[in-house]
Design a binder for this molecule. Structure first.
Ligand code: XMP
Length: 320
């Protein structure tokens, strides 16, 4: 059982001090690798690891081909400004090869997990002799995986998987007792700029969690373009999380007077405190219309745009 530290109980300064010591003690004089995706959790872990290990921490950003528009370059430039150098590793081919032909959500998540941890990190760790991987798993990831709701890409020990035996390295998870609201407080106390610790959550399986059916490079590109529109328009909405989802079903539409058997985008915009439960926000109809217009204008092949109005549960925040 992991003991939760609630937002009420959290003392960010003490928490940071404890975790920095813990990381130092575990890693000693060795090397650790740190998986940065640019999300709130991994950004906070990067700063903690950097404080604890300095040059003995190698921070990598895996370009898996599933990230949002411009993300690899933006994230590495951002951390460079904070004094952390980030190495971008191009693993696009490996991820798309692993996802080929897979339509089942859990199989898709499993393919991502194996490619990340076994193939890509396994190789990096072997090459540089690191024994530890530092990552930003939080308590909600563990809860949902253990409850069998969704296999979060980054949960192992609670499922009885020993990362040392399975992948050849140990995993350090400094944020495992926290939920998102507390992680944000720690990020703030670490001096991360507001735009970073207030970023909306983004899942480890990235845009493949937002493509129903096979995640091919073309379909990922479609959802990536729609995501850019949704994030631009809903940025100031104050919502917990918002996203575009590409559906598998096609629907009849018309374009330039001709039949167009096109694709559908679903928009979700969630109100939530900690991602355990969530409800759709009441977006003004004008905003919904603007979203539809901009998606149809900017994303080739889309003829239908819908807004999800179900709550979590029974929905989940991501579609896959
Ligand atoms: P769900 O879709 O389960 O998501 O309601 C709850 C929160 O977790 C994020 N999420 C993930 N985060 N690895 C992660 O690190 C994952 O595999 C994953 N799947 C979902 C999701 O974006 C939401 O904030």
């Amino acid at each position: 059982m992991i003991k939760e530290i609630s937002l009420k109980e959290l003392n960010p300064a003490n928490f940071i001090g404890d975790k920095v010591n813990e990381i130092k003690n575990i890693v000693g004089n060795g090397m650790a690798i740190n998986a940065l995706s640019g999300g709130v959790d991994s950004s906070v872990v990067t700063m903690l690891g950097h404080k604890a290990l300095g040059e003995n921490l190698r921070t990598v950003f895996i370009e898996n081909g599933l990230m949002r528009e411009g993300e690899p370059a933006q994230v590495s430039a951002f951390f460079r400004k904070l004094g952390v150098s980030v190495e971008i590793i191009d693993a696009r081919k490996e991820f798309f090869d692993a996802l080929k032909g897979i339509t089942n959500p859990e199989e898709k998540r499993e393919a991502i997990t194996q490619t990340f941890y076994k193939n890509v990190f396994g190789r990096i760790v072997r090459e540089c002799g690191a024994k530890y991987l530092l990552q930003g798993t939080i308590l909600t990831d563990v809860d949902e995986t253990v409850a069998g709701i969704k296999r979060q890409h980054n949960v192992f020990e609670q499922l009885g998987i020993d990362p040392q035996a399975a992948f050849g390295y140990r995993i350090i998870e400094p944020l495992i007792q926290l939920r998102k609201d507390s992680v944000r407080e720690v990020g703030k106390a670490l001096g991360l700029p507001q735009e970073m610790f207030e970023r909306i959550p983004f899942p480890g399986p990235a845009l493949s969690a937002r493509v129903i059916g096979e995640a091919t490079p073309e379909r990922i590109d479609t959802v990536r373009r729609a995501t850019a529109v949704v994030e631009r328009i809903l940025k100031s909405s104050g919502a917990f999380q918002y996203m575009a989802i590409l559906h598998e079903d096609r629907v009849t539409g018309m374009r330039e007077g001709k039949r167009d058997f096109g694709q559908q985008i679903e928009i979700r915009c969630w109100a939530s405190r900690d991602a355990r439960t969530a409800s759709p926000t009441k977006l003004p109809f004008e905003i919904l219309e603007l979203l539809a217009r901009e998606i149809i204008k900017n994303v080739p092949g889309i003829v239908s745009v819908t807004y999800n109005i179900a709550t979590k549960p029974p929905s989940t925040i991501e579609a896959v």
